[in-house]
Design a protein around this ligand. Structure first.
Ligand code: FES
Length: 234
């Protein structure tokens, strides 16, 4: 068994502090309201990059500050260069903190059942079955109402589109909410948690804050014996 990380007991103790729940919820709500939705929210969420921007930005803060410290030690006669590096680090710290607060606030809004880590692709470790797999319950969506089924352990969202059926991963790639509880409009599904929108035909992100596409599935079989398998990239 892997021994716990040195700081893990401390982090667990903080996580279990009930006194922090109320202020954390309040701060999360204020942050989500403040960031709203749209271009700024997508920018600090990393929708444009297809990845969270918070982690790489932290490196962009640490780099100049560390370099300034080294310059102070190795080249004390160049205080001006160190000063510039400190200014750069502090300037980048602002968007870094905003991106971190945004990531945390979005995570705080989901419940512990879907919270699997901040700013990681929530479908990365469960893309879905690569071989044809029967869905359960064995039923096809009737009318426009979306249907959440399981293919093995993978939750799949089925949406009827005329004679065909769209099938995409039901766990939102952003923070893991079920897309079945969102809204379907034509071939677009909107996540109820933070409003990300995905194209049901190919899983692409139409609007953030999600930065990762949803896995999509091929569908075959009669309505009472549907099977799905992960669509291979073309
Ligand atoms: S969980 Fe955030 S948009 Fe879906």
């Amino acid at each position: 068994m892997t021994p716990p990380a040195p700081l893990e007991p401390l982090m667990n103790a903080v996580e279990e502090l009930r006194a922090l729940d109320r202020p954390a919820k309040l701060l999360g709500a204020v942050a989500r309201r403040g960031f709203g939705s749209g271009a700024f929210k997508d920018a600090i969420s990393g929708t444009w990059l297809g990845n969270s921007v918070h982690a790489p930005l932290t490196d962009a803060v640490i780099g100049p500050l560390l370099s300034a410290s080294l310059l102070d030690v190795l080249s004390p006669e160049s205080p001006r260069a160190a000063q510039r590096l400190i200014e750069a680090g502090l300037a980048i710290a602002v968007p870094t903190a905003l991106a971190g607060l945004n990531d945390w606030a979005d995570s705080e809004a989901t419940d512990s059942g879907v919270r699997r880590g901040v700013a990681v692709n929530q479908t990365a470790h469960d893309r879905g079955p690569v071989d044809w797999t029967a869905v359960a319950p064995a039923a096809a969506p009737a009318g426009e109402r979306p249907l959440r089924v399981l293919a093995g352990d993978t939750p799949v969202l089925l949406v009827r589109d005329g004679d065909s059926i769209h099938a995409i991963h039901d766990r939102c790639s952003h923070r893991g909410c079920s897309l079945a509880s969102g809204r379907v409009d034509g071939h677009v599904v909107s996540c109820r948690c933070h409003g990300s929108r995905f194209d049901l035909r190919d899983g692409t992100v139409i609007a953030g804050p999600a930065g990762y596409a949803q896995p999509v599935f091929e569908v075959r079989g009669p309505a009472d014996r549907l099977e799905v398998r992960l669509r291979r990239p073309t």
